[in-house]
Ligand binder design. Structure first.
Ligand code: ARG
Length: 585
């Protein structure tokens, strides 16, 4: 019981001991590999080390004659854990492992008494993680790509927080750049009094402002020149220009916040402008150390193996997206003391991030005294029903607030139908949870690198792997417990899970695999591992509930505990997925 962590982790620890003890000459050189069994008929987990070990031992005195003999030696040296009911050998030397059902029963009982936080994967506590996500651009439309980044980033941040990491959720808003010259100049020329006469009304609809300004910029040569001068004015900090810039940012911020409120996502704004003062010294330092060199008038960092350089300063003296990201990496490592930095954008930006990461390494920004992990989490496109790029009917980019509210609106009838007695507040709560939850879930359930089709009908379906289905499944289990009339909190502290029926064993095993789902989600930063797990759990629960009577059966106590453990684990998943839980629907 001293060892913690998921079942896989615990088994790997045990097999590690077994391998090291059986073959001391290789101790410390071979990592134990345990994974879920390919065929559940033969076991719950399997260890596949024997074949490779046999290869490494070949030629040594007393080397086992075949992989099966290696497997037998490992099993003979396996320490007693209480977890393993039986093992068997299959094929050339696979070791199948059946988990002991009384160990499982204890494992679930322990969780019910001590909380599901005790099942959080180990190794993340206290880690400082910067998650850079959402990151829309001011005065440009926040599009479905930013929605994906927001949803994926939030789940990754929530999961890390659950595991005890110290997470910094940074919104790297595109709030600086040449587009502001065009916008500000347009504002300046709109009114008699110039910028001093500008009002919030001028920025009320930023899309309209952006389109109008862009049109003039594209059509009028003189305006283009004046817009460029406006950029210079802004950069040199002229008050009315800064004020106009601020006004535009504030208006954008209010729009973004509407989305974050609906999705219940928190973010700390740290836009590109934050890094502005750091850019000049950064480039000077890189040039002085010869990390950056001049090329065609631009200042560039050339990294081995890449055909294009990282441009830290453009030939016109301006700083671009890459300059800012170099400064941001440095700041996050030096000032934020990050152990792990995660960027969430569409896959189209992966070469940009590859360059930035390689550039940061070449510049010596990665600390010597600690290991910093840096990941770009790329994702695919959101497609319309027609399989083409997602657009609104008018062909414009989709307004995200409308998209979210439409999902909510479409589920209202279902909510009312299923619970005619619900109060208006309850209908509101349920349709928010289901509508917004459906959009999130539809996004999360796909492997993030694939493109997926946005379909209200699919995501709001009551059947299949959807948020609506999961929320109903949870509410149903919660109501079994509630309607039993038993004091479930007290029962958790006094009663014990007992596993007799095979469906009970299967359910307890699946519940326990929560830790593995979280673990594998974080290892590869793949949120669909969580939705897959949740779907699996609901399915296995249904099989249990079909065959095992709960209330009124001799096993009522233990089975109620299994129901409670299921719904509690589902709630933990909802929490990680950022989906509001419903108890009565
Ligand atoms: N604003 C960028 C965009 O909309 C995303 C920023 C991602 N974060 C970063 N540090 N580059 O494409």
């Amino acid at each position: 019981a001293a060892r913690k962590g998921s079942i896989v982790q615990r088994l790997e620890n045990a097999f590690q001991e077994g391998i090291d003890a059986a073959f001391p000459a290789l101790a410390g050189q071979v990592g134990a590999i345990v994974q879920p069994c390919n065929n559940p008929k033969f076991g719950d987990y399997q260890c596949n080390n024997a074949m490779a070990l046999h290869g490494r031992l070949k030629g040594q005195p007393d080397a086992p004659k075949n992989p099966r003999a290696v497997a037998e030696a490992i099993l003979a040296a396996l320490p007693e854990t209480g977890m393993v009911a039986e093992t068997s050998l299959a094929g050339p030397g696979f070791i199948n492992i059946r988990i002991d059902s009384s160990w499982l029963a204890q494992h679930v009982t322990h969780m019910l008494r001590n909380g599901i936080a005790t099942w959080a994967p180990l190794g993340y506590t206290g880690q400082k993680v910067v998650v850079d996500f959402s990151s829309p651009n001011v005065a440009k439309e926040m599009h479905v790509g930013h929605l994906r980044s927001t949803i994926l980033g939030d789940v990754i941040a929530r999961t890390l927080e659950f595991c005890g990491a110290d997470v910094k959720r940074l919104n790297h808003i595109g709030d600086w750049g040449t587009q502001f010259g065009m916008l500000i100049q347009y504002m300046a020329e709109k009114r008699e009094g110039g910028l001093n006469a500008a009002t919030d009304e001028d920025v009320a609809d930023l899309q309209v402002l952006y389109r109008a300004a862009k049109q003039r910029f594209d059509e009028e040569e003189d305006f283009k020149t004046r817009a460029r001068e406006a950029v210079t004015e802004l950069q040199s900090g002229r008050p009315e220009y800064l004020q106009a810039w601020q006004r535009i940012c504030d208006a954008s911020r209010r729009e973004f916040q509407k989305i974050y409120d609906r999705l219940d996502v928190t973010l700390e704004e740290r836009g590109e402008s934050f890094y502005n003062p750091m850019l000049k010294p950064l480039v000077e330092d890189l040039m002085a150390r010869g990390v950056a060199v001049e090329s065609d008038g631009a200042k560039c960092v050339f990294v081995e193996g890449k055909d294009i350089p990282l441009i830290v300063q453009k030939s016109d003296g301006g700083f671009g997206y890459a300059s800012t990201d170099m400064a941001a990496v440095k700041h996050r490592i030096d000032e934020e003391k990050a152990d792990w930095i995660i960027y969430i954008t569409d896959m189209g930006q992966s070469s940009h991030f590859d360059l930035v990461f390689a550039g940061a390494e070449k510049a010596g920004y990665l600390p010597k005294d600690r290991k910093v992990r840096i990941d770009h989490v790329g994702f695919g496109l959101v497609l319309g029903d027609d399989g083409k790029k997602f657009r609104s009917r008018s062909g414009d980019v989709v307004r995200l607030v409308e998209l979210l509210d439409e999902a909510k609106r479409r589920i209202v009838d279902t909510v009312k139908e299923r619970r005619p007695d619900a109060t208006p507040e309850e209908v509101e709560e349920a349709s928010r949870a289901m509508g917004y939850g459906a959009v999130k879930y539809a996004d999360l359930k796909n492997h993030r690198t694939t493109n997926y089709r946005f379909s209200y009908d699919d995501m709001l379906s009551q059947q299949g792997n959807t948020a609506v289905y999961q929320l109903y499944a949870h509410a149903r289990i919660a109501s079994i417990v509630r309607k039993s009339g038993r004091d479930i909190a007290a029962l958790c502290q006094t009663a014990e899970v007992k596993l007799v029926h095979e469906k009970e064993v299967a359910l307890a095993l699946t519940i326990s695999q929560f830790s593995e789902a979280v673990e594998s989600m974080l290892e590869e930063l793949l949120p669909h591992r969580l939705t897959e797990y949740l779907y699996d759990l609901a399915t296995v629960f249904n099989q249990f509930y079909t065959e095992c009577q709960v209330v009124g059966s001799p096993e009522e106590d233990s089975r109620l505990l299994l129901c409670e453990a299921t719904s509690l684990t589902m709630r933990a998943c909802f929490q990680l997925l950022g989906i509001h839980v419903l108890y009565r629907i």
